[in-house]
Structures are given as structure tokens and as C-alpha cells.
Design a protein around this ligand. Structure first.
Ligand SMILES: NC(=O)c1ccc[n+]([C@@H]2O[C@H](COP(=O)([O-])OP(=O)(O)OC[C@H]3O[C@@H](n4cnc5c(N)ncnc54)[C@H](OP(=O)(O)O)[C@@H]3O)[C@@H](O)[C@H]2O)c1
Length: 322
């Protein structure tokens, strides 16, 4: 089978496409014909082995798997002898943010892993683009108690995380203000926020509204600047460590005080996120933002584009055309 390959950590230029033997599923695994993956910011971190901490999960000196990839949407080709809950021909999608060797024509995956059937009416591209960013967005939101009376500001409304956060928060009935730049105001408006702030026209940190939560989904701001946007017991959550990795120690310091707090959301439980997103898709509550779609042989271009930090939502790779 054809697979994206790498033998060390490095830039997108280290990636090649080559042949690997077809993987054989263990008794509790399924063999999946991969139709689509994304290339996302987690893939880019794993590709470079940065931050270094990531290597404790992906291989210390070099990647433990030659095939990259953290998500998939595809069709079950065969099942292991102990698998009862899935069948050949099922359309499935799944996620593993420590790397699951999905960027290939075929992959194996544990039947009880972070995978479920793709809801009816959802195509492979929509399915796969509803996973990685949504997993992190869901892990921001489930760390706090969001309800329909809350006001939430999402900075980075066009990111994979931000575009998912807006839609998940709206499904909970919260009042959402999204921040984006001029060229993406229409795209972000279509995601359903109550207000959109164009950060090229207005500094969102000077907004007069007061929020229960500020979610910095692109990690471009910092607690000090966003503090005045928060209500007295408001919470700031960022997807990045912030200047001097302050988002690691500010949660401890702000917890000791009675007022505004910082939370750094450690993402856990991919399986819960996959099931949550399957239900959002099935109910018509989520439409992923898809930017470009690449063929497998253009995988380097896909990674290079994602590394610019300018993608709009999700970048998809098609494994059926090569
Ligand atoms: N904590 C974690 O576990 C974890 C996991 C995955 C990713 N991350 C991090 O989370 C961040 C977001 O990831 P992602 O995949 O959602 O990002 P992404 O899709 O790469 O976000 C890119 C988008 O952000 C927008 N953007 C860039 N600068 C901005 C700014 N100053 N204000 C508002 N929007 C801005 C860009 O549009 P414009 O420039 O046109 O506005 C672009 O559309 C990344 O920094 C990533 O490294 C963290």
C-alpha cells in the first residue's frame, strides 16, 4: 500500500510517499481503507517533534512509526476475529492525538478505540474535519461549566479549534462573540456566533462587553490583556502556553485568589470527543470549516501550508485518488 513516510523528526521536506506492506489487524482490531485524513497543527508538532515533550509519546530519538497521521475517515475492509461491534463496509472516523499512522491507504485501529460510525448524510471530508480541532475545543469547554446564560468570547474564529468552539458553544445556547480578520468575517458569521469582531478594525481587548469565558483558540493574546473583558469570576483559557509559558503557572496563582482565573486545558479522552462530534453531526449542529484538499502525493505542500498558521479551519488529504 502507499503511505506517507518519515524516518526522523524534521520539516515537511523530509516527507515522502512510498510502499509499505498492508497492515494485518490483530484479533481486536479492524483494517480500514483510509479515504481522508486532515493535516492539522498536532500533525505538524509531531512531524517536528516539538515541543520536545511530545517525543515521550511519539518516539524519543525518532518517530516510532514511519507513517504520520492523527485522524481518519474511511471504510472497514476487514475485522479481527474478536470484533463484534463493527462490520466490513462500515463507514467510520476516529482520532488519536499521539499519532495513529493514518496517513496511508490502509491502517489498523482497535475496534474499541476512539472511533465510531460516520452519521448518515455526512461525507468523509466533513467527518474527518470534525475531529482534531473539535477535540481541543470540546476539551476547553468541558473543563468549565458553560450554560445558556453565559457570554463567551472566542479569539481565532477561523482556526480549527476556534471554528469548532463557536459551534459547540452555540449548541449549548451560550452568547458567543467571535474574533477574526476582515477577509474571514463572512465565513465566521456563517458559523452562527451572535457577534463578530474584526481584529484588523477593532482591538477586541477594548470591547465593552463582559464575558464569563474568554477562549483564545489561537493563543495569540494573553491573560493580562484579556482580564478586563472578564466578569469578576470569569475564566481565561488558551490553546497555547503564552509568554514565558505563563498559562502553566497562572492557573495555580489565580486559583489562590478569589477573582478572575486562568485554566490550561489538558486535552484528554479522544473517544469521548469522537462520540460527541458524531452526535453533533447527526443532529445537524456542526458544519466543519474546510479550507483546501490535497492529494497524498502533495502531502509536503499540505504540511507546509498548515505550518503557516493561516489555514481556515481544516486541511484535508484525499487517499483515494493517487
Ligand atoms: N493545547 C493543545 O493541546 C493544542 C493542540 C492543537 C493545537 N494547539 C495550538 O492551538 C492553536 C490553534 O490551532 P488551530 O489548528 O485551531 O489553528 P489554525 O487552524 O492553524 O489557526 C489558523 C487561523 O488562526 C487565525 N489567526 C492567526 N492569527 C490570529 C490572530 N492574531 N487573531 C485571530 N485569529 C488569528 C488565522 O487567520 P487570520 O490570520 O486570517 O486571522 C487562521 O485562519 C495553534 O497555535 C496550535 O499550535 C494547541
Amino acid at each position: 500500500m502507499k503511505s506517507v513516510l518519515r524516518s526522523s523528526y524534521g520539516a515537511p521536506s523530509i516527507l515522502t510517499v512510498g510502499e509499505l506492506p498492508l497492515p494485518i489487524p490483530k484479533p481486536d482490531e479492524v483494517l480500514i481503507r483510509v479515504h481522508r485524513t486532515t493535516v492539522n497543527r498536532t500533525d505538524c508538532g509531531i512531524l517536528r517533534g516539538k515541543p520536545f515533550l511530545i517525543r515521550f509519546f511519539t518516539g524519543l530519538r525518532k518517530p516510532s512509526s514511519p507513517t504520520p497521521g492523527t485522524d481518519f475517515a474511511g471504510e472497514i475492509e476487514s475485522i479481527g476475529s474478536e470484533v463484534t461491534e463493527l462490520a466490513v463496509g462500515d463507514r467510520v472516523f476516529g482520532l488519536g492525538d499521539e499519532g495513529i499512522a493514518s496517513q496511508a491507504e490502509f491502517m489498523t485501529f482497535k475496534a474499541s478505540g476512539a472511533m465510531t460510525r460516520i452519521p448518515k448524510g455526512i461525507d468523509y471530508s466533513q467527518a474527518v474535519a470534525s475531529l482534531e480541532g473539535a477535540h481541543y475545543a470540546y476539551n476547553f469547554i468541558n473543563k468549565v461549566d458553560v450554560n445558556a446564560n453565559n457570554k463567551v468570547l472566542v479569539n481565532g474564529g477561523t482556526g480549527a479549534i476556534g471554528s469548532a468552539a463557536i459551534q459547540i458553544l452555540k449548541s449549548m445556547g451560550a452568547y458567543v462573540t467571535a474574533v477574526t480578520d476582515t477577509k474571514n468575517v463572512d465565513k465566521v458569521t456563517q458559523l452562527g456566533p451572535d457577534r463578530v469582531i474584526d481584529y484588523l478594525q477593532t482591538d477586541f481587548t477594548t470591547d465593552n462587553e463582559r464575558y464569563d469565558f474568554v477562549f483564545d483558540a489561537v493563543g495569540k493574546s494573553e491573560f493580562g490583556k484579556c482580564k478586563k473583558l472578564l466578569k469578576p469570576k470569569g475564566i481565561y483559557i488558551s490553546s497555547e502556553l503564552g509568554p514565558n509559558a505563563e498559562n502553566l503557572y497562572l492557573p495555580l496563582i489565580t486559583k489562590l485568589r478569589a477573582g478572575k482565573r486562568v485554566i490550561f486545558p489538558i486535552p484528554v479522552n479522544c473517544k469521548r470527543s469522537v462520540y460527541f462530534m458524531a452526535s453533533m453531526l447527526a443532529k445537524g449542529l456542526f458544519k466543519p470549516l474546510i479550507d483546501k484538499t490535497y492529494a497524498m502525493h502533495d502531502i509536503r505542500d499540505a504540511y507546509t501550508y498548515v505550518e503557516t498558521g493561516q489555514k481556515i479551519g481544516n486541511v484535508v488529504v484525499d487517499y483515494t485518488g493517487d
